[in-house]
Design a protein around this ligand. Sequence first.
Ligand code: AHR
Length: 502
Amino acid sequence: MKATVIAHSKFTISEIDPRLYGSFIEHLGRAVYTGIYEPDHPTADCDGMRQDVIDLVKELQVPIVRYPGGNFVSAYNWEDGIGPREERPVRLDLAWHTSESNQVGIHEFADWCETVGTEMMLAVNLGSRGLDEARNFLEYVNHEGGSTWSDKRRANGREAPFDVRLWCLGNEMDGPWQIGHKTADEYGRLAHETAKAMRAFDSRLELVVCGSSNAHMPTYPQWEATVLEHTYNEVDHISLHMYFENRAKDTASYLARSLELDTYIGTVAGVIAYVKSKKRSKKDVYISFDEWNVWYHSKERDKAILEGHNGWPEAPPLLEDDYNFEDVLQVGCILNTFINRADVVKIACLAQLVNVIAPIMTVPGGPAWRQTIFYPYYYASVYGRGTALKLMVDSPSYTVEDIGTVPYLDVSAVHDATSGHVTFFLVNRHLSEALDLDVGLLEFGALSIVEDQVIAHSDLGITNTAETPDNVVPVKGEGALFADGRLTAPIAPLSYRMIRLK
Ligand code: AHR
């Protein structure tokens, strides 16, 4: 079966905002405690942060990390996480039915971000709290000094402001599960007033208002329209979330879900355009897809804790999905969708980064290791910087009942005009047949293949574990050729492949 692609250096979608490859750390399960922070761990640095985890996060070149939640933020008191550690209160976390020791707060997290070389994307609590908490937190984090909150920060050991540019106005406020859940009008008003107050402090902040928690919410997409009608001129991004699952064990249908994601993005882009016109506004609002991933493997296991049968445990294992090879393909298709929508999606956060639905796992006191999905995320983050190319694609396809026509070839491409690299990210969705890929490359100058990595396995269900962390790893691709402006390569059934030319 043949799949034909044409790429032209001048036919582009958009510059890719590097924050398309962001991630997320929530005070949830073992993301923070025994994830990034474990003072007794043999690799712990002087701040109690695990060096082995820092090294893996650095490898991923994560540009931005959302913090501290998630559902957690909607009943979080940020003040609990500042000042001497021994005086910090233990609180009940109502979102995840656990206890929060507050041994890590904004200072410790900011220091960790500096160590790993990433930026913070902070969320304010618009669930149990509101405008006042948000303005105080902002003053604490970003004001130089000479005011109550900024001087408290300085007294707590941090002289210079943290200078956080990107702020989320709450989390999933459309969700009935959210502490302080609101209607679109209630939330829209609160978000508008909070944004106004935050901008009164600093007009250059980037603000993210909550969109829908998923495309199956009964309020979607009216939620986006109502919320943006309240907030359009005060915000820069509207957030979307989506998690993927394959409970039915139907690979063909599972791998088609990225088309649903594409429709979701397209619909919200339409709502943004509608509100922009209605308001006669000159400014643009973009999508911050600040939670996405596969999440279903751990759901049964977590029920006991979430339903409160275990009391209020501190940092128990929660949402520890064991990712398999099939999920590599899914994550590859999701990342391709974001690259192909880089004109409207400027920020996206893989939820999450360590232990909780994460590419990086740790054993308390033991090793840190890479899950299968680490690799497609790694390739996109490290090599997917530059300009997204508008490809012409002709691929054989199959049909999925609730979706329609699904091409076997899923592909995106990125051109880095500065370095001269052109990178293709490819997934073959076909269960049993290879695709003969034929790509015409126009107006890129002289090129040759500089890297070719394949992820494939005969067992879709195989996972990496602490004992066998290399069950699923990339290997060098074979059979790709570049001649006379054409790249040809056999793309094996159910495989992920990244090919770079320069
Ligand atoms: O990422 C896990 C949870 O999923 C987040 O806390 C919440 O925002 C979403 O429902």
